[in-house]
Design a protein around this ligand. Structure first.
Ligand SMILES: Nc1nc2c(ncn2[C@@H]2O[C@H](COP(=O)(O)OP(=O)(O)OP(=O)(O)O)[C@@H](O)[C@H]2O)c(=O)[nH]1
Ligand SMILES: [Mg+2]
Ligand SMILES: [Zn+2]
Length: 343
């Protein structure tokens, strides 16, 4: 009991200190903004958010003589949270500093819940989600399925990308091939590449040219290594897998946008361990499993939970092989993880 109280008090202290720190940062930020706005600001113009750093963003000018130049920008109060890929209206100050005045509407928004379960956008205006996985760290079908649900929900086309092709051996090949087959059967595009050895990279480049893509996936699957292979001049940071756990070491800490010389952009994002889907309903999840499309609405009971009910079209689909067991398992585990209210 005493220990628990102490912990609670310690937590309170930590929260208080963090709160004070955030308040000081906000104050510094608003002072910097005031100085900037008191000085000579350039005309309003459009820009693209290419990276995000807590209270500031990096904006690339998109018009006029500054076009292509990058500015660290302060944000005016009352702006919504900006993310990489956002288009904005901004004004240039001096010495590479600027002010964001407004956010322009997004065509798409990829979201995921943060550590407190609150929904946060992670990238804006992308039209292709590249779900990266690898033989090492070991892929989780369930995580891939969660990304697919998020992609379908956001109306963004997914591409499945197995990286580290060079690490496929007799031991892991059967499981990997079975995994790839699940998605090929569903009609999702699947590519196999090696960022290190170059296999399949031209094919990947062809798929990305002209699109605005985001690389997502577990930490350590090689998202940043792929960026470096596609755009060698970028030299973004790559980190080793942990010797102890074989997992990635969370090397990339902020999503960053790069341009392809032949047109199109690529956003490298920080890897994750888990991907909750707190913001979607049961119906959203069902809609995210494309093989359910023809079957939904055909169960005997209108409120069928597709669990053990007689006359369930999904269970029949499972028996017929139209629904794959692994996908059914993912579906159930995703539903079980949703907050009670969305069931
Ligand atoms: N064998 C092999 N290793 C690779 C390949 N691509 C990346 N790696 C290694 O995998 C490790 C992780 O690579 P990163 O590019 O940092 O992975 P990431 O997905 O960006 O990780 P986070 O930024 O933490 O999300 C590094 O040690 C890379 O050298 C590949 O094609 N083959
Ligand atoms: Mg990275
Ligand atoms: Zn059913």
């Amino acid at each position: 009991m005493a220990k628990r109280q102490l912990n609670r008090r310690q937590n309170w202290r930590i929260e208080k200190i963090q709160g004070e720190r955030a308040a000081r940062a906000a104050k510094r930020e608003s002072q910097a903004l005031e100085t900037l706005e008191g000085g000579d600001l350039g005309p309003e113009q459009t820009g693209l958010v290419i990276a995000h750093f807590g209270v500031q963003v990096e904006v690339e000018a998109q018009e006029g003589e500054l076009s292509g130049q990058v500015f660290r920008c302060h944000l005016r109060a009352n702006l919504p949270a900006l993310v990489t890929g956002d288009k904005v209206v901004w004004r240039a100050g001096n010495q590479g500093i600027g002010v964001i005045v407004a956010q322009l509407p997004r065509s798409t928004e990829l979201c995921r819940p943060d550590s407190r379960g609150q929904l946060k956008p992670v990238a804006a205006n992308v039209d292709l989600i590249v779900i990266v996985f690898a033989p090492m760290p070991e892929p989780h079908a369930n995580l891939i399925d969660r990304y697919l649900v998020a992609a379908e929900h956001a109306g963004i086309r997914p591409l499945l990308l197995l990286n580290k092709f060079d690490l496929i051996d007799d031991q892991n090949a059967p499981a990997l091939n079975a995994l790839l087959e699940v998605y090929r059967t569903l009609g999702y595009p699947v590519l196999e590449v090696s960022a290190h050895h170059g296999n399949g990279m031209q094919n990947l480049q062809d798929q990305l040219d002209g699109h605005i893509s985001v690389f997502v996936g577990q930490s350590g699957v090689g998202k940043s290594s792929l960026v470096n292979s596609l755009l060698p001049e970028v030299g973004t940071r790559v980190g080793p897998l942990s010797e102890y756990s074989g997992q990635g070491t969370h090397t990339t800490t902020t999503a960053r946008l790069f341009h392809f010389p032949r047109g199109g952009d690529l956003i490298d994002s920080p890897g994750i361990r888990e991907f909750g889907l707190g913001h979607v309903s049961r119906a959203d999840v069902e809609a995210g499993f494309i093989e359910f499309n023809d079957l939904l609405g055909r169960c005997r009971f209108r409120d069928c939970k597709h669990d053990r009910e007689p006359g369930c079209a999904l269970l029949q689909g499972l028996a017929d092989g139209r629904v794959q067991q692994q996908r059914m398992n993912s579906y159930r585990s995703i539903i079980a993880s949703l907050p009670e209210s969305s069931h």
